[in-house]
Design a protein around this ligand. Structure first.
Ligand code: 6R9
Length: 674
């Protein structure tokens, strides 16, 4: 798998002036790399194609969009974007329907091909649905939504675990022109309510109960509690995941019963390219989650293209992304990417260790999975259980292994590659975000024998131009040299990127477009190696990543500060061997209240799981008399981070601290806690 260095030179090329050059090489193999690129003049290999996709971005995306998507009406303008203004518009004038692209066109050619394999929590009880069946399910639901008043432009909240009805719900919204807002079914009633209110949904779709790792989860009850504070909600569709009846109220609709009455044909709405396809909430550096807006054509195209080329997906392959559909990874690589490509996608409802740590690999053997896409936190967990759980099962069908959500450490990468993939499957460490819509940096596509460096995302995808900015100087120009680090930005728009933040376009511009005017700022730091490969080094803002769940420290602080005995708090991330990052909370109690620390700890954990989700509970709580603050009153998180990381040598300049003695108290408290 080791590649000659020549190919890499183009990856690291940073010159804006170097527009696409016709290299005049003979023996064109571009069609083999990417059939859509067959007509590009002067492009004779993958490296040329990468250059072309960036330098002649409009020609590239126009050709790919025409060939990959089915249009009701062709677009007249490839793009109209100005990153400095936060204006991002692709394929205007075009009309299409996303559900037709994901279903109907495959039903015409191969109705009985398996679209979805639902790997239920109960092992060996998978359910398969053909494209024809998934289309019928989607149409019945689309008709039901329409009959019950859901219109083009409405936003439906979906609170369901991964299952065919959840996929059909997403596609039914797309069919009738409604947007969806999928909320991770591990979120609490308060977190769900906040998202329903922000999205102003009048319809919620859920299941009676969820089942995960053998445990029953009361999802319908959570919805009941959430909608108490959501005046917009008029109806709740309830599907039956288990046989246990739940109390139905006047707002509730028995989903399967009502769907059975509907027709299996549903007229698809003609949607403009830039109509909203979905909202998806994600954490930022303030307490309030951001509802990122993704639109129709550009998102679908980018999800489909990255799915096919990053994972080398071929017709007939079985693709398995084990992320929950409540995250962007589930949207792009369990649902939209694979289905737009007419693929077979596995929906995973369980956990990596249920009923035992062989679950993934037993599933790979039974379902003959060809591409497996998972999170480093799960790989690190499984690694600790030993190789025997992997060796027990036949993994010879596997061709590509993927990793997403957080940096993958070398030990986990090596184990994934050597033990799971028997050293013969490329491991693609894929970097991207809710904001980017799809994978932006990954080792593939590249020549099949191209080098892959452990723990590095490496190469930009077609049309992506990463740049590194000097973190000390906001608004500065990008760094051109290699073997350097900086703030990761993307220099030009691509079709999959989020368009705005629902209800808060100004926050979108401020967060992503203004820090480095004219560039999309990702919030991550990255290193570019001598060869021009990218490695993500972590967030530059106050966002941490717990087991792949992205969460703002401000969100957790918000909750802690609501506990009656808490005067103030500061939350930071620390390095954790399985979760990637853990949560460390510094808490100052109110002097006026007499409480036991153990009671406050209990209250904090209850509040964090009630207001956000279980993963938001702190791993450590350090009670302190006061926090280190600057004279202007800002908590010096840098100092807290250094103390927790035991880097006492590098505490840095403490001269702006109001009272430097606090630092000694904090160090002592940390010492006592461990
Ligand atoms: C897809 C997804 C995005 C943040 C992102 C970064 C981190 C994602 C990564 C990675 C290192 C990778 N991240 N992939 N860090 N290597 N391969 O995870 O979206 O939930 O929005 O999180 O996750 O910090 O900025 P999202």
């Amino acid at each position: 798998m080791w590649l000659s260095g020549g190919r890499m030179a183009s990856v690291g090329r940073q010159s804006f002036g170097s527009c696409f050059r016709v290299l005049g090489r003979r023996g064109c193999n571009t069609a083999a790399v990417m059939p859509e690129a067959a007509g590009f003049e002067g492009v004779s290999d993958r490296s040329d194609l990468q250059d072309f996709s960036v330098c002649s971005s409009d020609s590239f995306w126009a050709a790919v969009a025409r060939q990959r998507l089915s249009w009701i009406r062709p677009f007249h303008t490839v793009q109209d974007c100005d990153l400095s203004q936060g204006r991002i518009r692709w394929f205007e004038g075009g009309k299409l329907n996303v559900s037709v692209n994901c279903l109907d066109r495959h039903v015409h050619t191969c109705p009985e091909r398996v679209a979805v394999i639902w790997e239920r929590d109960e092992p060996k009880s998978e359910v398969k649905l053909s494209y024809r069946q998934l289309l019928e399910m989607t149409c019945r639901l689309g008709n039901l939504l329409r009959r019950r008043g859901v219109k083009k432009g409405d936003c439906v909240t979906i609170y369901m675990p991964p299952c065919p009805l959840a996929v059909a719900s997403m596609l039914a919204c797309a069919r009738i022109g409604a947007a969806h807002n999928v909320v991770f079914a591990g979120f609490s009633a308060d977190a769900l309510a906040e998202r329903i209110r922000d999205a102003q949904s009048s319809t919620v779709i859920t299941v009676n109960q969820g089942v995960r790792g053998g445990k029953v989860i009361e999802l319908k009850k959570t919805v009941d509690a959430a909608i108490q504070s959501c005046p917009t909600v008029q109806q709740v569709f309830v599907a039956m995941r288990t046989e246990n009846p739940v109390v139905m109220t006047a707002k509730d609709v028995a989903m399967e019963e009502e769907m059975a009455k509907e027709d299996t044909v549903c007229e698809p709405a003609g949607m403009d390219s830039e109509d909203t396809l979905f909202l998806l909430y994600t954490s930022g550096s303030t307490g309030k989650p951001k509802g990122l807006v993704h639109t129709q054509a550009g998102y679908l195209l980018y999800a489909a293209l990255t799915h096919r080329y990053v994972f080398s997906y071929h017709d007939g392959d079985v693709f398995s992304c084990v992320a929950d559909i409540g995250w962007i990874t589930g949207h792009s690589y369990s649902v939209y990417g694979p289905l737009a490509n007419g693929g077979t996608t596995v929906l995973f409802e369980s956990t990596p260790i249920y009923p035992d740590p062989g679950r993934y690999w037993e599933m790979v053997q039974r379902l003959k999975i060809n591409q497996f896409y998972g999170a480093p936190t799960a790989i690190r967990l499984l690694l600790k259980y030993g190789d025997k759980w992997v060796h027990k099962y036949d993994r010879s069908t596997l061709k590509t292994l993927g990793s997403v959500g957080e940096p993958i450490n070398t030990e986990a990468w090596e184990w994934y590659h050597r033990v799971v993939g028997q050293g013969r499957c490329p491991v693609v460490d894929t970097w991207w975000q809710t904001e980017t819509g799809g994978i932006c940096i990954a080792p593939r596509p590249a020549d099949p024998d191209a080098e892959i460096v452990p723990g590095m995302a490496m190469r930009p995808f077609f049309g992506i131009k990463p740049v590194l900015m000097d973190t000390e100087v906001y608004g500065s120009s990008f760094v051109t040299s290699n073997d350097t680090s900086g703030a990761l930005c993307i220099a030009q728009p691509w079709p999959g990127m989020a368009r705005t933040i629902h209800n808060d376009p100004q926050r979108f511009t401020e967060t992503y477009c203004q820090p480095y005017p004219g560039y999309f700022f990702t919030g991550d730091g990255a290193y570019r190696s001598k060869e021009g490969y990218y490695q993500i080094t972590g967030r530059l803002d106050d966002v941490i990543n717990v087991s792949g769940h992205r969460i703002g420290t401000a969100e957790i602080e918000d909750v802690l500060n609501q506990c009656s005995a808490v005067a103030e708090s500061a939350v930071i991330g620390f390095s954790h061997s399985i979760k990637g990052q853990g949560i460390y909370a510094f808490v100052v109690l109110k002097k006026s209240i007499d409480v036991q620390e153990a009671d406050v700890t209990r209250q904090i954990n209850d509040m964090a799981s009630k207001k956000i989700a279980k993963y938001a509970c702190p791993d450590y709580i350090q009670f302190a008399q006061r926090l280190p603050k600057t004279r202007s009153g800002k908590i010096m998180r840098r100092v807290l981070r250094k103390v927790v990381d035991s880097e006492l040598e590098g505490l840095g300049d403490l001269s702006t601290l109001d009272d430097p003695e606090v630092v000694q108290e904090i160090i002592q408290g940390h010492h006592d806690l461990l």
